[in-house]
Write a protein that binds this ligand. Structure first.
Ligand code: TRP
Ligand code: ZN
Length: 876
């Protein structure tokens, strides 16, 4: 690094010195350059105390400023100062018109921030600080302005020209060029600006809002993908309806557009009236799309739509407040998905993700509160913590207030802050004001990082007929935060008697939310005449780690009797974890492995029972993941975890073979594909059974998988079968199917990504060499983030045995990729780095190798802020 990048602190926040009343933009798009003309109506901010303050515009170093005038006149040299990405103008009047012309190069923009090209079409990504790569502007979310945008381009190459809001004018120029002017009447921060120009096709539909206004809905994609847009359209209509019914929120413009692009750093972006989506989050068709992707499309379409209120109408004051919009919106989309599909399944999936990825983040060098107090590069804070833990914090408010008061709170929040840029504090304040509930102590969730741990012990007093739960809370130190104050934690509990019946609790119900507020606290239940089995943290009522010394028999009892579906699954996980941890501990001392027969009995009971929710059956019968066991480990022993897990899977497969076969056959129906919750559940149980059958290593089941591959009419069944054969010991059969699959799908980019991922995740020997050779395959493109994720990130995060190879080859491979990507696409480089940052969790030999690679990256010249921040924090 030539210069250490600057740290930005929340405590340094000051209001903007100038406000922008309106912004008029004109884009001239060409093949070798783009010219951006901007005209801003500027006035001093009355809220700014410094009466002679200068105006700070942000403009990336690569922007070429062609012309700059104020009220039509050029500025004298002393009043203009360009320093890094700042352009500072001084000696300014109270109000003025600022005009600029800037030259940029979207055609060579590989960072995919600002204006860039994806497969020949122009598109933008401005969140968080991408607008400063387009033109000079006060690019901060508390500066909101109305935008009027004209896009001009070659008509043949770019017949479709889009921006935010409504199209108001169009025309043609000389030399085959045309233009369209768009007007967005809602003031917005620059990060919500969007522009698209390309040869796009679309599907159209409409939605009538609760007040009877008709909104035009348009989804754009390349022509070849037109047959994959219906599901996103349906999801959009469902989201619009749901937000009216559940939050009373109506859409505000006359048109809502979504554009699918192939080159995209994240999932999707909520630009006002013009969402831009990664193709992976919008295209869906039974032939090419798995069930998991169908659900992702539904969830992401909803997420971006919900941002129209939680994010756009009410936006963030500064980027430290990111969780204000992201945590709330993830909570909203999770509730939507729960209502559209199975609530328990959705909860299990979200909690699994939180417990693996977010808990690991909280325990690593990048740990931060959901409202961070400093950053070097804000792109590094689009994290599991800000999004998923942020959503859990909103969920806890929902639990503490109850649904009616929570709705009162959200109504007040939207009403009070409509059109404003606000803070997480404003959100909590609205919840407090509307409900009368004191959330004083609760606010610690916003500024304290780390995963709290609850240590629970219990006592039964037969004499007094009392049952007591003593809860002690702790929270490990995180970077910059050694000591934490106690959190307010909603702890949902139930009590079961020996027969498995639920007992009535203090509130007269079967479930009760205890409010844990002290470092140590005892809760007493009266009128209990025999020692009950506690069901703790029902529904995962708080993002904490819970410790209670359950006996294995008690966990089996909860699996069979708990009325809370989440807790039944959680009991199965705990039983699995307990058994696996014992074997993992014995692995390093060569203790022979033997499986506790209780796990077999528990699985048998679930497989034999009729009438259970199939999705839940397949969740319960899935052993705790390698990632979860790693997170729970003091020191991660990659091989031990992998081999123990495989040993148990095989043992279960042999013991329960007839039942797995029976359930497989029963659920292997010949019916038309449908992505509804019941059908998805059926396929997931079926494919889980097949995976156990294949684990027996009997050729007849490998044959069965091949048959499923050949006969399937949908990508879910096809992909599951392909992965099983490809990962089996029969590498010849695997290669044959992989070749067949590629030949069949080579023109479907998203399907090819599945093909790359299956190979990247293959735990058998030689995976790294295969990944390296795939990097030279025509299917791979190192500039496309989806390809990088499918091949490189899957190898590093989902193939632990090979990534953590003893010779360090996996680490070196990743470091090489980061160094290459650092200049090309810093956001992706920095994200891909994550697995190396967890070096402290491994044994000494791995630590040395991982650190060495981090050092190697750290020593590179010209590290981006993104990579610099993560590497330097990881080396502390
Ligand atoms: N705000 C977007 C969302 O959560 C995500 C997002 C933020 C993003 N920064 C981005 C997407 C950069 C792409 C690139 O919905
Ligand atoms: Zn979002």
């Amino acid at each position: 690094m030539s210069q250490e990048p600057k740290v930005i602190y929340l405590k340094d926040y000051t209001v903007p010195s100038f406000l922008i009343e309106s912004t008029e933009l004109r884009f001239e798009l060409f093949e070798e350059e783009t010219i951006v003309h901007a005209e801003l109506k500027v006035k001093r901010n009355p809220a700014c105390e410094k009466s002679a303050a200068s105006l700070e515009l942000f403009g990336h170093e690569e922007l070429e400023l062609i012309e700059l005038t104020i009220d039509g006149a050029a500025l004298d040299e002393k009043s203009v100062q360009r320093e890094g990405e700042l352009l500072i103008l001084s000696s300014l009047p109270e109000t003025f018109v600022l005009k600029s012309s800037t030259r940029i190069h979207p055609e060579t923009n590989t960072a995919l921030e600002g204006l860039y090209k994806s497969d020949g079409m122009f598109c933008t990504q401005c969140e968080a600080e991408g607008f400063r790569r387009i033109t000079f502007f006060p690019d901060r979310p508390d500066v909101m302005s109305v935008f009027r945008t004209t896009v001009e381009a070659d008509k043949k190459r770019y017949p479709v020209l889009l921006s935010n809001g409504n199209p108001v004018k169009t025309g043609e120029n000389a030399e085959g060029r045309h233009w369209v002017t768009w007007e967005d009447p809602f003031p917005k921060p620059a990060y919500l600006f969007a522009l698209v120009a390309g040869d796009l096709k679309c599907i159209e539909d409409s939605f009538t809002t609760m007040s009877g206004r008709e909104v035009k809905l348009v989804i754009y994609a390349e022509e070849k993908d037109l047959d994959k847009l219906d599901y996103a359209m349906l999801s959009l209509q469902k989201s619009m309806k749901w937000d009216e019914e559940v939050y009373g929120r109506e859409y505000d413009l006359d048109i809502y557009m979504i554009v699918a692009v192939d080159f995209f750093n994240m999932g999707a972006m909520e630009n006002k009236g013009l969402n831009i989506f990664n193709t992976s989050c919008v295209l869906a068709n039974p032939k090419t799309t798995t069930d998991a992707s169908f659900q992702r499309v539904e969830g992401v379409v909803a997420h971006e739509y919900f941002h129209n209120w939680s994010g756009n109408r009410v936006t963030c004051r500064d980027w430290f407040q990111l969780s204000l919009k992201e945590g709330f919106t993830v909570f909203r989309d999770a509730e939507f998905s729960a209502d559209m599909n199975s609530r328990t399944v959705k909860r299990v999936e979200d909690v699994s993700l939180l417990r693996t990825a977010q808990f690991a983040e909280d325990a690593g060098p990048m740990a931060h509160p959901i409202r961070p107090d400093s950053f070097i590069e804000i792109s590094n804070f689009y994290t599991m913590t800000v999004y998923e833990k942020g959503a859990e914090v909103v969920r806890m408010i929902h639990t503490l207030l109850g649904p009616e008061l929570f709705r009162k709170g959200s109504d007040l929040y939207f009403e009070r802050h409509d059109g404003q840029a606000v803070t997480t504090e404003d959100f909590v304040q609205a919840m407090e004001d509307a409900s009368g509930k004191d959330l004083g102590q609760f606010r610690a969730w916003y500024h304290q990082a780390g995963t709290p741990e609850l240590h629970i012990t219990d006592e039964f007093d037969g004499q007094k007929e009392e049952y007591r739960l003593t809860v002690r809370q702790t929270c490990p130190a995180t970077p910059g935060q050694d000591k934490k104050t106690p959190f307010q934690i909603p702890l949902s509990v139930g009590l079961l008697d020996q027969e498995g019946n639920e007992l009535r609790l203090t509130n007269g119900e079967y479930s009760e939310v205890l409010e844990v507020t002290e470092a140590e606290q005892t809760f007493v239940f009266k009128g209990i005449n025999a020692k009950p089995v506690p069901s703790l943290l029902r529904g995962f009522s708080a993002p904490v780690k819970l410790h209670y010394a359950y006996q294995r028999d008690e966990l089996m009892f909860l699996m069979a009797n708990d009325t809370d579906g989440f807790s039944r699954w959680d009991a199965a996980q705990k039983l699995g974890v307990d058994i696996m941890q014992e074997l993992i501990g014995g692995y390093s001392v060569d203790r022979p492995m033997a499986l506790d027969s209780r796990l077999i009995a528990a699985y048998r009971a679930v497989l034999e029972a009729d009438g259970l929710d199939k999705a839940m059956v397949s969740k319960v019968l899935t052993l705790p993941s390698q990632a979860y066991l790693s997170e729970l480990s003091e020191v991660i022993d990659v091989d031990a975890i992998h081999n123990v897990r495989e040993f148990i899977r095989k043992k279960l497969a042999f013991e329960l073979e007839p039942l797995f076969l029976k359930r497989y056959q029963e659920n292997n129906l010949e019916v038309d594909y449908s992505p509804d919750a019941d059908s998805i559940a059926r396929r997931s149980l079926k494919n889980l059974c097949l995976s156990y059958l294949v684990a027996t290593q009997k050729t007849e089941y490998l044959q069965l998988a091949k048959e499923q591959y050949a006969q399937s009419d949908n990508m879910t069944d096809m992909q599951s079968a392909l992965a099983l054969v490809a990962h089996s010991d029969d590498k010849v059969a695997g290669a044959e199917l992989l070749d067949d699959f590629y030949a069949q799908w080579k023109d479907e980019s998203l399907v090819v990504n599945l093909w790359l991922s299956i190979q990247a995740a293959d735990p058998s020997e030689g995976a790294l060499a295969r990944v390296e050779s795939l990097m030279h395959h025509p299917a791979f493109d190192a500039k496309n983030p989806n390809k990088l994720r499918s091949l490189i990130s899957v190898f590093c995060a989902q193939n632990p045995v090979n990534f953590h190879a003893k010779d360090g080859s996996g680490y070196q491979f990743l470091a090489d990729r980061i160094i290459e990507l650092n200049a090309q696409n810093p956001q992706i480089a920095s994200r891909m780095l994550t697995p190396l940052t967890r070096w402290k969790k491994y044994a000494a030999d791995r630590q040395v190798l991982m650190r060495a690679q981090l050092e190697r990256i750290h020593q590179c010249d010209d590290l981006s802020k993104d990579v610099f921040e993560v590497v330097s924090k990881s080396l502390v």
